[in-house]
Design a protein around this ligand. Structure first.
Ligand code: DX5
Ligand code: ZN
Length: 216
């Protein structure tokens, strides 16, 4: 089980020490929320942030592209040092082409779906995915409430892994805390994105340990 702290909720004025702090708790994935102001009504992190933290961390940089033109931006994040690049199913026509672009660079490729997108729309691609990112909030901002209906999507994905032998990781993103993480773990989640529940906590180490205890 993996916790991927979302740096969107970190203090960007001291990003390196924020990363070092969560890594001191045991983090070895960092979730990087990239937003272009078009696919979602917010604008956040560009490749320059990834290239500046790349030499400072050995963590897996798990880049979540909430952007309208992933084909244009994927090469930027590959060059910047991303290890996992996830784009949105809703933003592309040619899913396989985008996956190939990432995988031929030796990096891991994921697809994410928004709450309103049926999980079965992923079925044709499951054999080519390293990761599926189920949004449990409407993409765009940290600190939102967990959407329970995302658990049904996780259960279906876990069933597809069991019955079809697929090897993609199931990642959940949005509103994850010790309560929601427990239900997600039971449904089959393997990677837990947590932004505000970690970086927004008064005692971050305690928040990390509580979350870790639930998903163990
Ligand atoms: C929302 C982002 C999420 C968000 C998670 O668009 O994709 O990764 O930052 O933040 P919390 O954990 O606070 O919901
Ligand atoms: Zn995200």
């Amino acid at each position: 089980m993996i916790i991927a702290p979302s740096i969107l909720s970190a203090d960007f004025s001291k990003l390196q020490s924020e990363i070092e702090e969560v890594e001191s708790f045991g983090a070895h994935w960092l979730h990087v929320d990239v937003m272009d102001g078009h696919f979602v009504p917010n604008m956040t992190i560009g490749p320059v942030v990834v290239s500046s933290i790349r030499p400072k961390t050995k963590s897996i940089l798990d880049c979540h592209l909430m952007v309208n033109e992933p084909a244009k931006m994927i090469p930027w994040f590959l060059r910047a040092g991303a290890d996992v690049i996830t784009f949105h199913l809703e933003a592309v026509e040619n899913v396989t082409g985008h996956l190939q672009m990432i995988r031929e660079s030796g990096k891991k490729a994921g697809v994410s779906i928004k709450p309103a997108t049926p999980v079965r729309s992923l079925e044709p691609f499951l054999g080519d995915l390293d990761l599926v990112l189920v949004m449990s909030v409407e993409p765009g901002f940290g600190g939102q409430g967990f959407m329970q209906e995302s658990l049904e999507k996780v259960k279906w994905l876990a069933e597809m892994k069991r019955t079809k032998g697929h090897s993609f990781l199931i990642e959940i993103d949005g509103g994850i805390n010790p309560v929601t993480a427990k239900a997600c773990r039971a449904a089959g989640v393997e990677v837990f994105v947590a932004g505000s529940s970690i970086f927004g906590a008064k005692d971050r180490k305690k928040a990390w340990e509580e979350l870790e205890a639930v998903i163990r």
